[in-house]
Design a protein around this ligand. Structure first.
Ligand code: HEC
Length: 126
């Protein structure tokens, strides 16, 4: 005589076995006590040394790493004059300097952010 488990019962058994297995692994004590590392802040404030690097990285796709443009139509930013830089960003923002893209990009940054970005790029070697 054949004994055959009905489909729902065998499925239920499988679920119970898997659940039991997962639970026993989850409850197993860690072999060594591990002190979790201090959480890394998700993002630094834009106005810190780390933050300004992140801001400047937004410009790298076009202006090159650390503002060293590959040449061509896009000007380099490395070693630029701070005042000139800030004035250009302001002019882009206010639509006073004609641009293909910078009038849009400049709108995304506050005056304080533009000031720290200007500091950053003016300090980069050409
Ligand atoms: C999508 C490409 C692109 C990105 C990204 C970009 N730029 Fe530009 N940038 C340009 C182009 C192109 C010009 C020339 C003006 C124009 O046509 O918009 C320019 C011009 C400038 C100028 C004027 C330089 C000069 O010599 O007069 C400054 C300053 C500047 N960008 C700053 C930035 C900063 C700061 C960022 C990042 C926050 C940035 N750009 C991101 C493409 C870009």
């Amino acid at each position: 005589m054949k004994t055959k488990l009905s489909q729902p019962l065998s499925l239920g058994l499988l679920v119970a076995l898997v659940t039991n297995c997962i639970l026993s692994v989850a409850q197993a004590p860690l072999p060594v006590s591990v002190t979790p590392p201090a959480p890394i802040p998700f993002a630094a404030s834009n106005l810190t040394q780390l933050g300004v690097r992140a801001l400047a990285a937004n410009c790298a796709a076009c202006h090159g790493t650390n503002g060293n443009s590959a040449g061509g139509a896009i000007p380099g930013l490395a070693g630029s004059n701070k005042e000139y830089f800030v004035l250009q960003m302001k002019a882009f923002k206010e639509g006073k300097r004609e641009a293909t893209v910078m009038h849009q990009i400049a709108k995304g940054y506050s005056e304080a952010e533009i000031a720290v970005i200007a500091d950053f790029f003016s300090a980069q070697k050409k």
